[in-house]
Ligand binder design. Structure first.
Ligand SMILES: NC(=O)c1ccc[n+]([C@@H]2O[C@H](COP(=O)([O-])OP(=O)(O)OC[C@H]3O[C@@H](n4cnc5c(N)ncnc54)[C@H](OP(=O)(O)O)[C@@H]3O)[C@@H](O)[C@H]2O)c1
Length: 247
């Protein structure tokens, strides 16, 4: 896929799925802005990607003031935005009885409020015919114990994406969702104990965890003209996780 000269913003582009997607867009010729909460992680990602076409913005998506920093940084480029990949996310897995208000707020502020207002602030910059992609999750559909807050954030995100697709269709802006199953990332390592990984792999039809590059290729497809008649929907990239056994 060719994205030469296209402008792409990826929230949460320092590790995992966001980093893999930034690399894929850079390799496809795009100019890419990545965000993260701190300069050190952005520097590390930047060194790994090593391209003059990569820009980095310290922006905590859970904070309105930081969303405005991102909007301003992009506005200063004087460019129109061709692809917005709303990907930043955190997960804290606890049973309902043990969930703290702080963990609840952190997940909703990052995974829902952050995406919602990043989209709102960047709509004026979106080019006619551009693409918006949200990172949701199979857990928006599955009902695994211990995931009540995280799964709810992804369910909310799906509804926001569907309505955004309807509201932005008159500008020929397509809005879609990529829902990964279990993917080998620092985020997964952080959210679950190591012994959970074999169980997650065994819960997929393909009997393995996904690679972040496999989600990146799905995002590039949704962003490309090859997906020109696809909007308001979800691609599940999960190795068969949702349909293998009862979830
Ligand atoms: N891995 C999986 O199995 C899986 C499955 C389904 C869905 N997902 C979703 O995929 C997305 C990416 O996750 P991942 O697995 O790649 O995890 P990851 O490696 O932890 O990446 C998360 C990214 O989000 C950034 N981030 C977190 N909070 C942020 C905030 N408040 N503001 C800005 N950036 C923030 C992180 O950057 P800094 O730490 O540098 O701030 C990092 O770049 C998430 O939305 C996650 O829910 C993952």
């Amino acid at each position: 896929m060719n994205f030469t000269g296209k402008n792409v913003i990826i929230t949460g582009g320092t590790t995992g799925i966001g980093l893999a997607t930034a690399k894929a867009f850079i390799n496809a010729g795009a100019n890419v802005w990545i965000t993260g909460r701190n300069a050190a992680n952005l520097e590390k990602a930047s060194a790994e990607i090593n391209s003059p076409n990569l820009k980095k913005v310290v922006s905590d998506t859970s904070k309105m003031v930081d969303i405005e920093v991102l909007e301003k940084a992009f506005a200063e480029s004087g460019e129109k935005l061709d692809v917005l990949f709303l990907n930043a996310g955190i997960a804290v897995f606890t049973p309902i009885e043990q969930t703290t208000e702080a963990d609840f707020d952190a997940q909703f502020n990052t995974n829902v409020k952050g995406h919602y207002f990043t989209l709102q602030k960047l709509i004026p910059h979106l080019a006619y015919g551009s693409a918006v992609i949200f990172t949701s999750s199979t857990v928006a559909t599955a009902s695994n114990i211990g995931t009540s807050v995280y799964s709810s954030t992804k369910g909310a995100l799906n509804k926001i994406a569907q309505i955004a697709a309807n509201e932005l269709a008159d500008r020929k802006i397509r809005v879609n969702i990529v829902s990964p199953g279990p993917v080998q990332t620092p985020g997964l390592e952080h959210a679950l104990p190591a012994e959970a990984k074999p169980h997650l792999a065994a819960a997929t039809a393909l009997q393995r965890l996904g690679d972040p590059d496999e989600i990146a290729t799905t995002v590039l497809f949704l962003a490309s003209d090859a997906a020109s008649f696809i909007t308001g929907t979800e691609i599940v990239a999960d190795g068969g996780y949702l349909t293998y056994g009862l979830k």
